[in-house]
Design a protein around this ligand. Structure first.
Ligand code: GDP
Ligand code: IMO
Ligand code: MG
Length: 423
């Protein structure tokens, strides 16, 4: 049985958490393949809103096993908080949530290094979530990292100490004022590790292989978005993992020829949180309205998200590098009430019109070229059927499908599980 993937096509926060939750009823396993607690995945049902950072978004369903894959980086302290939040739901965490031994651990000093690195960059800072993501992936590729499986060894504390000592010397190197009390951070860290060790650790690639053999249905859940990918994103303003489809192969051990559908999620407009170029960003009332109506504040950091029109140049690029087979358009309800909707179909790049994503999309090189379309005024949030969608929204969807050459199979009209229209 092939493994389906679900990933964000923009700069993150497309609504991955909501859609994974909607799709989980059709799957036996939901497996996160990269990123860490920089992610904030929101799901809403029965009037309750849940935000997950590391735990896969299928956790509330009885039928599904949730796996944290080898490509994920885990902060035991944040993980413990997530588990604490779940306690009131009486889920059987020990058997429903499985953790790859090969997943790397975020140490308290990784978080401090993130802060020191950002402080040293001044205005050029990445706008990191400061969860220690960059330093942890650096230790992974530098072959210095600590993994979940190390916690089963007797000498893991020695390994921890050696790495933390090295990190302290590196923090000094940055020569920026970072106040911290490592002993206090370590108290929380060791407490959280104790709780983590009570969970089920697995060789996830083997588990997933056996599951595929037994014809189980697996959905791989991505974090962040394609434009934050370490290779294909707007480098250096990116995250430190492979957020694109290939990340599911390395982050779970799934062979490329076993990938089935690739579900690509995008908002009907665009948002970005943190620094970096954003060609269709709006600094006017329209952008402010999108942010207000869409409640565009980071699920992890609470920072306001920058907002702008849909960028088809960037979206086409993301569809292609991921091999998207089915699209899902989120937050269509947020665009209700605009007379005109704009879509960026090309860039003016240093005086020439281009329709591919150039190497450098900084504002001084690129300005968006828009196509204007008619808006719609209907409140979409109570709609449940595709034949209720207004004509002008259908025109917008038809135009996007034609340009992207991939069908839009879901239109989302609100944050709740039920506010989901199938096409
Ligand atoms: P993720 O990181 O991709 O899982 O997305 P986030 O959870 O960070 O951000 C998406 C936000 O939009 C959350 O607050 C969701 O509850 C909300 N949301 C998801 N789909 C819709 C939708 O169709 N309409 C509206 N208005 N909100 C939505
Ligand atoms: P989800 O999964 C939106 C952004 C940060 C910053 C850059 C690097 O909820 O879509 P990092 O902490 O990784 O060093 O930050 O990436 N970023 C996200 N933006 N959604 C996310 O995750 C993000 N995870 C990281 O704002 O610009
Ligand atoms: Mg998010």
């Amino acid at each position: 049985m092939a493994v389906d993937l679900l990933l964000g096509l923009q700069w993150g926060d497309e609504g991955k958490g909501k859609i994974v939750d909607v799709l989980t009823k059709d799957y036996d396993i939901i497996a996160r393949f990269q990123g860490g607690p920089n992610a904030g995945h929101t799901l809403e049902f029965d009037g309750i809103k849940h935000v997950l950072h590391t735990i896969p978004s299928g956790i509330f369903h009885e039928n599904a096993i949730n796996i944290v894959g080898n490509g994920v980086v885990i902060d035991p302290v944040i993980f413990k908080k997530e588990l604490d939040n779940l306690k009131k739901f009486n889920l059987d965490i020990k058997s429903k949530l499985l953790i790859s031994r090969k997943a790397h651990l975020i140490l308290p000093t990784h978080r401090l290094l993130d802060a020191a690195s950002e402080a040293s960059k001044g205005k050029a800072k990445i706008g990191s979530t400061l969860k220690g993501i960059g330093p942890t992936y650096m230790d992974k590729t530098g072959r210095n990292g600590m993994r979940v499986g190390d916690l089963e060894l007797n000498n893991w504390q020695e390994k921890y100490r050696a790495l933390a000592n090295k990190h302290e010397a590196m923090i000094d190197y940055y020569d920026v004022a970072i106040e911290y009390d490592l002993r206090e951070l370590e108290t929380d860290f060791f407490k959280a590790i104790k709780e983590l060790k009570e969970l089920t650790f697995i060789d996830s690639e083997e588990h997933l292989y056996q599951a595929q053999k037994a014809n189980q249905k697996i959905l791989a859940e991505g974090a962040q978005g394609s434009l934050l990918d370490i290779d294909f994103g707007t480098y250096p303003y990116v995250t430190s993992s492979t957020t694109t489809a290939a990340g599911a192969c390395t982050g779970l051990g799934i062979p490329p020829n076993k990938i089935g559908d690739v579900f690509g999620i995008f908002k009907a407009y665009t948002t970005r949180v943190g620094s970096g170029p954003f060609p269709t960003e709006l600094f006017d009332e329209v952008g402010a309205t999108m942010g207000k109506v869409g409640n565009e504040f980071g699920a992890t950091t609470g920072r306001p998200r920058r907002c702008g029109w849909l960028d088809l140049v960037a979206l086409k690029y993301a569809v292609r590098i991921n091999g998207v087979t089915k699209l899902m358009m989120m937050k269509a309800d947020v665009l209700s009430g605009f007379d005109k909707i704009k879509v960026c179909t090309a860039y003016n790049y240093k005086g020439t019109e281009v329709t591919h994503l150039p190497y450098n999309i900084e504002a001084e090189n690129v300005s968006p070229i828009y196509r204007e379309m008619k808006g719609w005024s209907e409140d979409l949030t109570t709609f449940t059927q595709k034949d209720q969608l207004p004509e002008t929204l259908n025109e917008y969807i038809d135009f996007l499908e034609k340009e992207l050459e991939v069908p839009i199979k879901i239109v989302s009209v609100g944050p709740d599980r039920t506010q989901t229209i199938l096409r």
